[in-house]
Design a protein around this ligand. Structure first.
Ligand code: NAP
Length: 299
């Protein structure tokens, strides 16, 4: 088994993206010149979806978007080459507010910071327990109707939250962006991946390397993470790649419609991520990673 390297359609939309995406959670750690270098490296590697959020850069709220806005201002031709995704709904220390006016105001701020007229993919970043789904729907629909966003999606929604919000919308949620990696395999078991297939929505996998934890894990340690690292190292050694490529391949092999978002801030590692697309994994090797995560064998 190998990752499917073809372009992916996001949900039922017309948005097409490369098999791996590039995320901006950590972007504000660097300068705008560095942000430009990372963007060009991502595009050169075929990572056409750029994933940011209004909260990225916190405590400097909006800093990642503002930095990327500088890149887009300096090089406007980049805008048409990317699928630009951003998110709203998290406002520390509140922490969440998905009322229609707040979401709309945040989206308008996103547009201004990003120096763009439209967001290709706009997410509710996390569910807000205090806002009924009908109200979240109203905010999202007003943004679509105003032409400020092309497509809508959610992040960190449980399957029942996703279904409830979808039932209040006149257009499809095209994705659920959730944590998924060899270290966090819950989306396969809690109904999230099944629901994405049922609704033709895309499962977008954040932190596919466990936010870096997988890379620094001691594979000889007698722990869940140690055993996962060892199972990944076996695949990596056979393919002549590092553990990160094996982990990234695991997310894509799980289902050809899963799109992982990597978050390295090193230009060299952005290009190297594509090595994951050539990783070959046997069923035995795949299930060894699943069993290492479960802690018990499969029946
Ligand atoms: P990740 O790719 O799992 O982790 C990136 C981290 O791993 C970086 O700190 C990177 O350090 C480190 N790393 C990569 N290769 C390494 C190696 N060979 N050795 C040691 N460390 C290594 O992804 P992430 O940054 O956690 O998240 C990716 C994207 O997912 C974010 O940018 C964001 O767009 C999205 N996200 C979404 C949510 C959500 O709630 N929707 C939450 C979290 C993230 P270097 O920079 O030094 O390479």
């Amino acid at each position: 088994m190998k990752p499917d390297r073809s372009q992916k359609r996001l949900g039922k939309s017309d948005l097409m993206v490369g098999p791996i995406s590039y995320g901006h959670w950590r972007l504000a750690e660097g300068t705008s010149a560095e942000a430009g270098d990372k963007t060009r490296a991502a595009l050169d590697a075929g990572m056409t979806m750029i994933d940011t959020a209004s909260i990225y850069g916190y405590p400097d709220f909006g800093a990642a978007e503002a930095l990327f806005g500088e890149v887009l201002k300096a090089e406007p031709s980049l805008r048409d080459k990317i699928v630009l995704a951003t998110k709203a709904g998290i406002y520390p220390p509140t922490p969440y507010d998905c009322t229609p006016d707040k979401i709309i105001e945040t989206c308008e701020d996103c547009l201004r910071r990003l120096n763009t007229d439209v967001i290709d993919l706009f997410y509710i970043h996390r569910p807000d327990m205090l806002t009924p789904h009908a109200d979240v729907s109203e905010g999202l629909m007003r943004l679509v109707e105003a032409g400020k966003v092309k497509e809508i999606a959610v992040s960190n929604y449980t399957p029942s939250m996703f279904a409830a919000l979808q039932s209040k919308l006149d257009r499809p949620l095209i994705a659920n962006q959730v944590e998924f990696s060899p270290l966090h395999q819950d989306p396969v078991w809690d109904g999230t991946l099944d629901q994405c297939q049922q609704y033709d929505a895309t499962l977008i996998a954040w932190s596919p390397l466990g936010g870096g934890d997988l890379m620094t894990q001691d594979a000889t340690e007698d722990s869940q993470a140690g055993k996962i690292a060892a199972a990944l190292d076996a695949v990596a050694a056979r393919n002549g790649v590092d553990r990160g490529a094996a982990a990234l391949a695991f997310t894509m092999i799980t289902n050809p419609e899963i799109v992982p978002i990597i978050g390295t801030q090193r230009v060299s590692r952005i290009a190297e991520a594509n090595k994951a697309l050539d990783v070959e994994m046997t069923r035995d090797e795949y299930y060894n990673i699943v069993v290492a995560w479960r802690g018990v064998g499969l029946p």
